[in-house]
Design a protein around this ligand. Sequence first.
Ligand SMILES: Nc1ncnc2c1ncn2[C@@H]1O[C@H](COP(=O)(O)OP(=O)(O)OP(=O)(O)O)[C@@H](O)[C@H]1O
Ligand SMILES: [Mg+2]
Length: 321
Amino acid sequence: MSATPRVLTVTPNPALDLTVHAGGWQRGAVNAAQGAQQDAGGKGVNVAAILADWGVPVAATGLLGRDNAAPFETLFREKGVTDEFVRVPGATRVGLKLVDPTLGDTTDLNLPGLTVSARALAHLQATLRSQPAGVGAVALCGSLPPGVHAGFYAEEVARLRGQGRFVALDTSGEALRAALQAEVLPQLVKPNIHELEAALGRSLTTDAEVLAAARDLIRRGAELVAVSQGERGALLVTAQEALFARPPRVTVQSTVGAGDAMVAGLISAHLDGLSLAGAARRATAFSAGSITRLGAHLPPRAELDALAAQVQVDAAQPLTH
Ligand SMILES: Nc1ncnc2c1ncn2[C@@H]1O[C@H](COP(=O)(O)OP(=O)(O)OP(=O)(O)O)[C@@H](O)[C@H]1O
Ligand SMILES: [Mg+2]
């Protein structure tokens, strides 16, 4: 039995990753494969898994196809994540990754996902709106499936904030653009630099430009804007402070989900009332630690503490007017 959730993550468009290892496979031929693995994926699923690893009681919702829900259910059971996914007819989208270890390359084939019915969407909205008061934070994560309008997150942010919840948003494209243009912004926004540029419709070529863009979102009602920049680190901005957090060098297994781990770290830092510098260290340690593992898993606490101590946190360059 999982503890009463304090955080809800929302993944409207999860994915099931099917990785097939086939050394030397050839197009158009009959090939032998050495093995295959199914991994439940999707940004909010990853955020929930990482929070659960850290010991935060968490629930996950979104839309899940009934036909291939088993790997998700297994993950939730193993991590102790409360499963509040709405089941819908059909299969969750599958991403096939054909890995050739001899060449060291991967071929991706992404199958189409579910098209969401009005009924399923209403069910998801009802789930979001009927959360108990103990759920202090809600993370809206990832892309929106066909059938869900681009303003979905923007609307839910306003409603959830109206209920007094702390809302984190990690999305891209039109969904991010709509949410950033809305009247009510989420308290936490974590775009990567490319997502932020796309949402704002302009390139951000200097640190000063990134800082100015983040400060603009703060002026418009966000409380913490974290602009992640891959290996370089992340810029974290609040109304009072602006910091740059540089990760230590780590041995990378897979950088997939680095940003999701950062979101989980920032949410846990919020729950613990950490300072911005403390949040920067924790979130960067979560990211750097998670990429040393395949899948959304945190390393043991001692390893995370060691990583956090190695994160380089500096004041971001002040704006020159
Ligand atoms: N190669 C790396 N080495 C060390 N740390 C890394 C590396 N790549 C990413 N990170 C850490 O992870 C954080 C988030 O990475 P990134 O900006 O790539 O997120 P993202 O694009 O949102 O990723 P995703 O959406 O795939 O989870 C970075 O700020 C950094 O601290
Ligand atoms: Mg991301």
